[in-house]
Design a protein around this ligand. Structure first.
Ligand code: PLP
Length: 380
């Protein structure tokens, strides 16, 4: 480990992202299209680089949350189909067409509006329709009859996909997934009986892929977490077992700013919430909650120093975090420590951090701030 060039940085293995994508493809097989989700800047792995990697690996579709996220990919030369999932404000609608983005439409009125816009431009504009089968968030709750009517009236807007989103996929003790799956099938079957058979039916994020819930795969799946190397644990049941093997692609590091010795009785950080019971050697790290280290790791979390765990002591501050390195090998200013990742036998992933901080791994990853530099690795 040479002296660090940055205060805090992430190292992202693009080959690992590629391997995770291929692992998902291998599990669902050639009949199911894999549409990786690269929203929230690819869960902070960097949407542009991740999207380039995935499209080079053969991804024909990418999913984002909003118009801005799609537009940035277009500006950087991504030509794959891009699905915008989390609705759009009226003011953003034109940019969907300008940037050749495919919207998920959540209401029958918006089908009419999308059709009107497409007609004005004289283009055929595809869209996916989201059905609310029980998530109770976005999506239409209209009947199949009403949907058929709105779809049939459209001249230039073309229904290309029907989707829904599962609320309790990781909870095998809940009947909600079965209920949602049945409700989705009922609508899709009714559309099909009336000659409306869009090519893309989809409802699966990572979890139903990971645990082999095949009835949720349909014609397309939308993995996010799994692409970044995470397998969500089931909330209650211990079976089924995961059928997907992926590994985290992101390692998060920080530089040591200072090393010093404190006597027994010394207090550390805001509020003096840590008191040394004996003489300790501490290191001050150049990253804090403004970089995304959860404040709730104060006095609770740990990092890896030269292959050894070192506890976080005192409050995590905005730009600094203090650790106890009394039992670690010698450390110098400029050395790198691992906040999230693996060094030898010691490993900390986003799920472990989330458990200690009382949050979820998604929030830990998305919380890594933009000021944390990104370095891309060309090896796993
Ligand atoms: C974020 C998201 C996904 C991906 O979820 P993961 O659990 O990360 O795989 C899939 N579908 C929709 C609608 C989403 O918003």
């Amino acid at each position: 480990m040479g002296p660090s060039a940055y205060r805090s940085w992430v190292e992202i293995s693009l080959p690992q992202i590629a391997a995770n994508f291929q692992a998902v493809r291998g599990v669902v097989g050639p009949g199911v299209e894999v549409m990786p989700v690269v929203k929230a800047d690819a869960y902070r792995h960097g949407a542009i680089e991740v999207s380039r990697t995935l499209t080079a690996e053969g991804a024909r579709w990418l999913a984002v949350s909003n118009v801005d996220e799609g537009a940035i990919l277009r500006e950087h030369g991504i030509t794959a189909r891009i699905l915008v999932m989390a609705d759009f404000l009226p003011i953003e609608r034109m940019r969907l067409l300008d940037c050749n983005l495919t919207p998920v439409i959540h209401s029958l009125e918006d089908i009419r509006e999308w059709d009107r816009m497409a007609s004005e431009r004289g283009v055929v504009a595809p869209y996916h329709l989201k059905i609310d089968t029980g998530m109770g968030r976005l999506g239409t709750r209209a009947s199949a009859r009403e949907i058929l009517e709105a779809v049939g009236e459209a001249r230039q807007a073309r229904l290309e996909g029907v989707m829904t989103h599962l609320a309790s996929a990781a909870n095998y003790a809940s009947s909600q997934t079965d209920e949602q799956t049945r409700a989705f099938a009922a609508v899709c079957d009714e559309l099909a009986r009336n000659g409306v058979k869009p090519p893309w039916l989809h409802m699966s994020s990572s979890t139903p892929i990971i645990y082999g819930r095949r009835e949720a795969w349909q014609r397309m799946v939308r993995p996010g977490h799994a692409i970044y190397g995470y397998v969500t644990a089931l909330t209650k049941a211990t079976t089924p077992q995961p059928i997907l093997k992926v590994k985290p692609a992101l390692t998060w590091k920080s530089a040591v700013l200072a090393v010093k010795d404190l006597p027994a009785g010394a207090l550390v950080g805001y509020g003096g919430i840590f008191k040394a019971t004996h003489a300790v050697r501490i290191a001050v790290l150049a990253a804090g909650y403004a970089d995304g280290i959860p404040h709730r790791l104060s006095n609770k979390g740990r990092v890896i120093v030269k292959g050894h765990f070192a506890p976080i002591i005192g409050a995590v501050s905005m730009d600094l975090t203090t650790i106890d390195i009394t039992n670690c090998p010698p450390v110098q200013t400029g050395d790198a420590v691992t906040l999230l990742g693996t060094e030898g036998d010691a490993s900390i992933d986003a799920q472990q951090i989330a458990r200690i901080a009382g949050t979820i791994s998604y929030s830990v990853l998305c919380g890594i701030h933009a000021r944390v530099k990104r370095i891309y690795l060309d090896h796993v």
